[in-house]
Design a protein around this ligand. Structure first.
Ligand code: ATP
Ligand code: MG
Length: 410
């Protein structure tokens, strides 16, 4: 965020410039991608005094003042599809004016050395980038006694020229990359209220999937504390898909867990629950038009996430099961959750539905034949339909305020 020591000059137009990432490479789908990206950006900017205009792969967000620029920058960090962004001052395209405008940044940052870097997006501009760099540098040195250092400058003063204006960069913005949400279709994400599944949901969105959430609660045997956590997480996650926020389907699962327990030995049960969760999620997916299931599994993390157990779980699913965290370490997941400001939330005590009736000892490779024997005693497809029928659809809303990075963030 910009330092607040000195406000930027009130009379100079401020804007945020954002550069499209991979979406700009998408060939024939390019227009569709850019439209989705701009629509997503506009939704993310809800309530901010900002006007979005765009020229191809550069989007300009015009704002009235520095406060709005900071707000727009924070929202830009919630829109997948942008690779880079910066807060800029906009001015006329002559070197003197650019130098005068750049003085705002120089007097604020007080660098020991500087260098000017010019990018011409308007290739018809009569001067070359290096001509301009020299001219602007000289004009700055007429205003302040400041040495140029081209190899390792204290302040790299970036200037961009498009067909109508020059943009003097004031501050870089962290963008999140990825593809615009919605351009890869829709998935249902299994959101437990724990740490892994919200991060997995976010990564699914990052590659363009719109996400609806399914949460299995231990009702009527457990209190709904985990459900409240999942809702709070979904609200934060929806900040990344503000245009069409996902709903949570809360499925009361306790009775089906009890039924599965009645037909199986304790150490097989979590895999049986997982297979039934996949069937239920498949029914919900069909109802909401989703084409994949996302989970927070990470290879080998717990006994239900061994290669064997994940394979037999997936066999119960008609849809592909996507596992964005497959190769992540727990510490990496925690770092990401902390950066989102949801780690503490994830760690609040709540009884997890999974261990219900299952016991401590779970096998790392439950034989397929034993699973099928147990399941043959129940009509699990009918139970899956029933579970989806009894699910409550909750709209968790959208959190667009600034994300507070928790201190444990990596
Ligand atoms: P998490 O932190 O996401 O709960 P975990 O490390 O506790 O993950 P498991 O409990 O084995 O792992 O769950 C694996 C995945 O199965 C979860 O990441 C989630 O996607 C899904 N899952 C587990 N329990 C539930 C639940 N009660 N509701 C919805 N999804 C669940
Ligand atoms: Mg869990």
């Amino acid at each position: 965020m910009p330092s607040t020591e000195r406000p930027l000059p009130a009379d100079t137009p401020i804007c945020v410039l954002a550069k499209v990432g991979e979406a700009s490479l998408k060939g024939r789908n390019r227009r569709e991608f850019l439209n989705a990206l701009r629509a997503n950006l506009r939704s993310a900017l809800a309530g901010v005094d900002a006007r979005v205009t765009s020229g191809g792969s550069v989007v300009m967000i015009a704002v009235p003042d520095e406060r709005a620029a900071g707000e727009a920058a924070s929202r830009l960090g919630r829109v997948f599809g942008f690779a880079t962004g910066s807060i800029c001052l906009r001015c006329e395209r002559d070197s003197e004016t650019i130098a005068e405008t750049a003085m705002a940044t120089i007097s604020r940052r007080r660098p020991r050395t500087f260098a000017v870097r010019v990018r011409r997006r308007d290739k018809t501009f009569p001067k070359t980038s290096s001509d301009l760099e020299r001219e602007i540098g000289t004009a700055i040195q007429q205003r302040v006694d400041l040495p140029v250092d081209l190899s390792n400058p204290d302040l790299k003063l970036r200037v961009e020229l498009d067909t109508s204006a020059a943009f003097v960069h004031v501050e870089q913005i962290d963008c999140v990359g990825g593809l615009p949400v919605g351009t890869s279709g829709r998935a249902v994400s299994l959101l437990s209220g724990g740490i892994d599944s919200p991060v997995a949901s976010l990564l699914a969105m990052k590659r363009g999937l719109a996400v609806e959430y399914v949460h299995f609660s231990g009702e009527p045997y457990l209190e709904p504390a985990a459900t409240a956590k999942a809702e709070a997480q979904a609200r934060v996650l929806n900040g990344f898909q503000a245009r069409k926020p996902g709903a949570i389907w809360v499925v009361p699962f306790g009775n089906q867990q009890r039924m599965l327990s009645a037909v199986s030995p304790g150490p097989n049960r979590i895999v049986l629950y997982r297979r039934q969760m996949a069937r239920i999620a498949g029914v919900v997916a069909e109802r909401v038009g989703a084409k994949a299931i996302v989970t927070g599994d990470s290879l080998g993390q717990v006994s239900s996430q061994t290669l064997h157990n994940m394979t037999v779980t997936e066999e119960a699913s008609e849809l592909p099961v996507l596992r964005p965290l497959l190769t992540w370490d727990k510490s990496e997941v925690m770092g990401k959750a902390a950066a989102l400001g949801i780690l503490a939330l994830s760690e609040l005590p709540a009884e997890d539905a999974c261990p219900l009736f299952a016991g401590d000892k779970q096998r790392t490779a439950v034989p397929r034949s034993e699973l099928l024997d147990s399941e043959a005693r129940l009509d699990l497809d009918a139970l899956a339909e029933q579970a989806a029928d009894s699910a409550r659809r909750v709209e968790p809303g959208v959190f667009l305020d600034r994300l507070e990075r928790e201190s444990r963030a990596a």
